[in-house]
Design a protein around this ligand. Structure first.
Ligand SMILES: Nc1ncnc2c1ncn2[C@@H]1O[C@H](COP(=O)(O)OP(=O)(O)O)[C@@H](O)[C@H]1O
Ligand SMILES: O=C(OP(=O)(O)O)[C@H](O)COP(=O)(O)O
Length: 427
């Protein structure tokens, strides 16, 4: 059964691909998202959730007799978590119980040779896709189909599978270019996400409360603009650096040290956009107290005359206020931690908000790498009213009603390579 998008378009699954084209003996390029939190000091992978999530797709393709070549990004160039995928290949081998070969190349001769030599059933991971400069350019599928990245690799494959739901909001070559040239399908992670979201996400379920935090403030602001334009959120509870931005936009004094943090991260430049959203009536709440760090000392500071320490987490009053506000929701979406959860002293705010959401009567969708770890550690992974999504930004844009380029490209590919399937479901 293929995946159906909101607009009635069809995305084939692995079963459709096998039925129509035959997977045995083929060579398949699989785009996964194993972008994981990395300890900047040691380079160690701190959480393997995304790596484990893709195991099913990879094992299944290998067992069906395909030679499986995996591609993924890790971090963004210039950031401390922009690393090679070699450690990921070891973790993946371990979680799969199968050998995953690795080559420290993406489109060069070493990668192409390794791909050519790969035998049915074998698995190969290429290096970080963002080592190729074209990969950070956003362009149309047609343009990316002509990129050097896609032109070098596509002729070596029979099929393309996209299993990277968490990167489906990026219009980058590894996401949108290959489906234009190869018969393509959704992997099991993408299939599960689309299935769960279509079941869980009923537009009439209101009020909808979005709890948004974390560090990707540029992305979150863009998402808030979509959420607001599409009237997709009834209440937004801001935490993390997102909250700090909006507090500045509201004219609240967050203290010199925190302003410096925002400045260093290029977040202050976003204040006018945040202010515009507030003026247009964005229903966004900000914290009333914080846990801060001041000269090595941890304390709770109320918002008011100015905050002395560096903000690390939301405070107890904010936890109660936000938890109360979640009680009336029919759908709660959480994305991005409320504080610097890498340090256990600043994990409470995030944990308490996740717990309050889980105890509510709402459907709860948890997105993004960091919150997935928290929810899993709290034993909430299999809770009935909860969906743990591998996506963060992709999930929110999907929920805001936006078309995700990765999904659009797969649907477009289906019209070309699976015309019967598309025709059957459009009638
Ligand atoms: N107040 C804060 N100050 C600095 N960093 C923060 C703050 N709150 C959250 N963060 C950071 O945000 C990061 C996670 O953000 P993000 O990547 O957007 O989340 P996700 O991976 O879940 O989508 C974490 O590394 C965390 O330390
Ligand atoms: O971690 C990701 O997104 P997320 O933080 O929104 O969950 C994806 O791997 C996408 O990465 P990107 O936001 O650097 O394109």
């Amino acid at each position: 059964m293929p995946c159906l998008l909101r607009n009635g378009e069809v995305i084939p699954t692995i079963d459709d691909l096998d039925e129509n084209y035959g997977v045995k003996g083929s060579k398949i390029l699989v785009r996964i998202d194993i972008n994981s939190p990395i300890d900047p000091r040691t380079g160690r992978i701190l959480d393997d959730t995304r790596i484990r999530a893709h195991a099913k797709t990879i094992r299944e393709l290998s067992e069906r007799g395909a030679a499986v070549v995996l591609i993924s990004h890790q971090g963004r160039p210039g950031e401390p978590d922009f690393t090679s995928l070699e450690p990921h290949s070891k973790v993946l081998s371990d979680r799969l119980g199968m050998t995953v070969k690795f080559v420290d190349d993406v489109i060069g001769p070493a990668a192409r040779q390794a791909i050519k030599e790969l035998k049915p059933g074998e698995i190969l991971l290429l290096d970080n896709t963002r080592l190729v400069s074209e990969e950070i350019i956003e362009a149309t599928p047609e343009k990316h189909a002509g990129s050097i990245f896609v032109q070098r690799l596509a002729p070596l494959f029979n099929y393309y599978i996209n299993d990277a739901f968490a990167t489906a909001h990026r219009s980058q070559p590894s996401i949108v270019g290959f489906p234009m040239l190869l018969p393509s399908a959704a992997g099991r992670v993408l299939e599960r996400e689309l299935h769960a979201l279509s079941k869980l996400y009923k537009p009439e379920e209101r009020p909808r409360v979005f709890v948004l935090g974390g560090g990707k403030v540029h992305d979150t602001l863009r998402i808030l603009e979509y959420l607001h334009a599409n009237r997709a959120a009834d209440r937004i509870l801001a935490t993390g650096l997102v909250a700090e931005l909006f507090m500045v936009a509201k004219g609240i004094n967050i203290g010199r040290k925190n302003i410096e943090v925002l400045e260093a991260k290029g977040i202050l430049a976003l204040v006018p956009r945040a202010r515009r959203l507030l003026l247009r009536g964005l229903p966004l709440e900000t914290p009333v107290d914080f846990v801060t760090e001041h000269n090595g000392e941890v304390r709770v500071e109320a918002v008011g005359t100015g905050i002395e320490g560096v903000i690390r987490d939301i405070g107890p009053q904010t936890i109660s206020m936000y938890s109360e506000m979640m009680k009336e929701a029919r759908l709660i979406v959480l994305r991005g931690p409320a504080g610097v959860i890498e340090d256990p002293r600043f994990r409470k705010g995030t944990e308490e908000l996740v717990k309050s959401a889980a105890e509510s009567n709402a459907y709860v969708i948890i997105g993004g790498g960091h919150l997935n770890v928290i929810a899993s550690n709290l034993g909430l992974a299999d809770k009935e009213n909860m969906h743990l999504s591998t996506g963060g930004g992709a999930l929110l844009l999907f929920l805001a009603g936006e078309d995700l380029p990765g999904l659009t490209a797969l649907a477009k590919s289906a019209r070309k390579f699976f015309p019967q399937l598309s025709a059957k479901h459009s009638t």
